[in-house]
Design a protein around this ligand. Structure first.
Ligand code: DCP
Length: 622
């Protein structure tokens, strides 16, 4: 559920940059003969010509849509070029697109805090850059405005196309504008400059939205595509939202949006204005109610995170129709391949970026024989991530078996799997300048505390890996399965709410000195917790949360140029709390360093906490 965040007092300048028909552009750069031609990238799956995943604007002009398959696209546009996505291990290999996205991110990050939101989307906080421009070189002469900036679409300006450029130039230079609009004008010029650089250095075009917050910037970035930017001055927010259908907002695309339509008769975001905050809270709870009340007014305090790398890694594969997997051997075969790729990616993330992933999650879509319409979903399952392809493969298969056991509810029936994916999440940085994890751990004589960039427990946008159906980690996961309860270990069938509450209590207790905890708790609640662990065994999950706690404060200190190890953000961690079983899950070089440091290892705590990897799985079934 969305959570309302306080809007900062000071006006901000936020941009959302989205690449145009991204995979097509990457393919056009590889093969310039495709430029300007109707082109689409098709998925690795030859059924009916393959599913379209990216469509060039030329092809869109002929009526080709992403929902089509290759054969249909050819009927609609006989001249279309269909390029198959690169393939490795029998599935799409997106590395080419990922690294193309990274090229763009490297350019965009030069002007302010940059958050990579998906394979081709970025948020930028340009407040400081805009303030500096306003101070040093404010736009004051319409004729000197950069052409790309003069082509901006500014919501609320008269729409006469003949006068558009003149009006935009005048708006960007208005001397009587208020401070907020002046900052926004500078933001528009900076974004235009950045988009030109992206085009010159990568050959890719992109579109952008510029506003005072993330929500509005995202809503308008796709409004004028391709290769254009749209600005939302505060004065036009109400008119814009008045006609914006609720389902256009990402968070309202599902049940919440449907409930607004069906239960409250709300069709546009502006319609929400007729409800008091209390009424919305009564209907949807305090947080969501306040969030709805705020978005109706264009208020959103969500910050741009300082994150250039993905929040998680996911590898998935769909098995439509006759390709569905119907036995454990075929599931194992595919899981092994997915895990091999995942293992390579987290290993390279560790080598290149010094980042460690902590949680392995398995998602699947399944149906039971003779019960095709059943609403029961295959439950997502998580466990601590152990580095090494073999271990990941082994654990993923156990997660699958555990999920299947729950899904079948002890029925002796056939089943089929139509999608499988594995995700590595809860990724944290090893602080720069060290290859050691030691700085995470405050030992008896150490006062070191790291600056750890923020990370989150939510799997990244599914578009980061097509074919991946990354289900958000819902609170239902707090419910333990029957088999887990029967394992003879200390398990408890706690409810989702209890689980969240317990988790919060544990963390508050452990981190009395960490600042800004309540904000983090809000974030964690909105993210959903992974709680499908035996009671007392989720040390590693707690630790991940603790890293996040620390990240919040440390992040700020590092962006402010503060001391990485400043005491105010110290993350206190007692050596007694280090669970050897958790250390065993870490990459070997880090294990060696920790093992040398922890003397003597606390063996008894391993058993007591039930935190060995095996305790995350149900007992083997005969
Ligand atoms: N993608 C995918 N599967 C999907 C949706 C998207 O593999 N179901 C990939 C291909 C896209 C890329 O992600 O090129 C970015 O997706 P977008 O939704 O941003 O769409 P495009 O960039 O292709 O087009 P647009 O210009 O409309 O943003």
């Amino acid at each position: 559920m969305p959570v309302a965040r306080r809007e900062p007092q000071e006006p901000r300048v936020i941009a959302h940059v989205d690449m145009d028909c991204f995979y097509v552009q990457v393919e056009q750069r590889r093969n310039p003969a495709l430029r300007g031609q109707p082109t689409a990238v098709v998925q690795y799956n030859d059924w009916k010509g393959g599913g379209l995943i990216a469509v060039s604007y030329e092809a869109r002009g002929f009526g080709v849509k992403r929902s089509m398959r290759g054969d249909e696209a050819k009927r609609v546009c006989p001249g279309i070029n269909l390029v198959q996505v690169p393939v490795a291990r029998g599935k799409a290999d997106l590395n080419l697109y990922r690294s193309a996205g990274s090229e763009v991110v490297a350019i965009l990050a030069s002007k302010g805090k940059c958050e990579r939101a998906s394979i081709d989307e970025v948020y930028l906080d340009l407040t400081d850059a805009a303030k500096e421009m306003l101070l040093q070189a404010p736009p004051d002469s319409p004729e000197q405005i950069l052409m790309e900036a003069a082509k901006s679409n500014i919501l609320g300006l008269p729409s006469d196309p003949n006068e558009k450029e003149k009006n935009v130039r005048a708006w960007l230079c208005r001397s009587d504008a208020d401070y907020e609009d002046k900052l926004l004008a500078c933001g528009a010029i900076i974004v235009a400059q950045l988009r030109i650089r992206v085009l010159e250095e990568t050959q890719f075009t992109c579109s952008a939205g510029i506003s005072h917050n993330k929500m509005l910037a995202k809503l308008v970035s796709g409004m004028h595509k391709p290769a254009q930017q749209t600005v939302v001055p505060s004065s036009s927010v109400q008119d814009f939202l008045a006609s914006l259908p609720v389902k256009k907002m990402k968070q309202l695309g599902g049940k919440l949006g449907s409930s607004l339509q069906d239960d409250l008769g709300v069709e546009t975001i502006g319609d929400l204005l007729s409800f008091t905050e209390e009424k919305l809270q009564e209907q949807y709870g305090v947080n969501t109610g306040t969030w709805l009340w705020k978005i109706a007014r264009g208020i959103s305090g969500e910050e741009v995170e300082d994150r250039l790398l993905p929040k998680s890694h996911g590898c998935g594969k769909t098995f439509p129709g006759p390709k569905a997997l119907k036995n454990s051997a075929s599931v194992k075969g595919w899981l092994d391949q997915l895990c091999e790729e995942l293992s390579e990616r987290i290993q390279s993330d560790l080598n290149q970026n010094k980042r460690i992933a902590q949680t392995l999650t398995l998602h699947a879509r399944a149906s039971k024989e003779n019960e095709r319409d059943s609403m029961k979903k295959f439950p997502s399952k998580s466990c601590p991530l152990r580095y090494g392809t073999g271990k990941i493969q082994e654990d993923a298969m156990k997660l699958f078996e555990s999920g299947l056991h729950d899904f079948l509810e002890s029925q002796n029936t056939g089943w089929s799997i139509t999608s499988l994916s594995v995700t590595a999440s809860k990724i944290f940085d090893i602080p720069s300048g060290t290859s050691s994890i030691l700085r995470y751990i405050k030992g008896p004589s150490s006062s070191a505390s790291p600056a750890i960039p923020n990370s989150s427990s939510v799997p990244e946008d599914p578009s980061l890996d097509n074919n991946v159906y990354v289900t958000p980690i819902h609170e239902e996961q707090c419910e333990l399965s029957t088999s887990e309860k029967e394992d003879g270990k200390r398990y408890s069938a706690i409810s989702a709410k209890q689980c969240s509450a317990n988790e919060e209590k544990r963390i508050s207790k452990k981190l009395p000195e960490v600042k800004g905890q309540s904000a983090l708790h809000e974030k964690r609640k909105s993210d959903g917790l992974i709680c499908s662990h035996p009671v007392g065994s989720s040390l590693e999950a707690n630790r991940a949360e603790e890293h996040n706690v620390s990240a919040q404060g440390a992040d700020r200190s590092s962006t402010n140029g503060g001391d990485e190890h400043s005491g105010s953000n110290a993350w206190m961690f007692n050596v007694e709390d280090i669970d050897p079983a958790v250390v065993e899950e870490l990459p070997p070089e880090i294990q060696r360093e920790i093992q040398g440091w922890i003397r003597p290892p606390k063996q008894p705590s391993t058993k007591r906490r039930g935190s060995t990897i095996s305790s995350y799985f149900p007992p083997a079934r005969s």
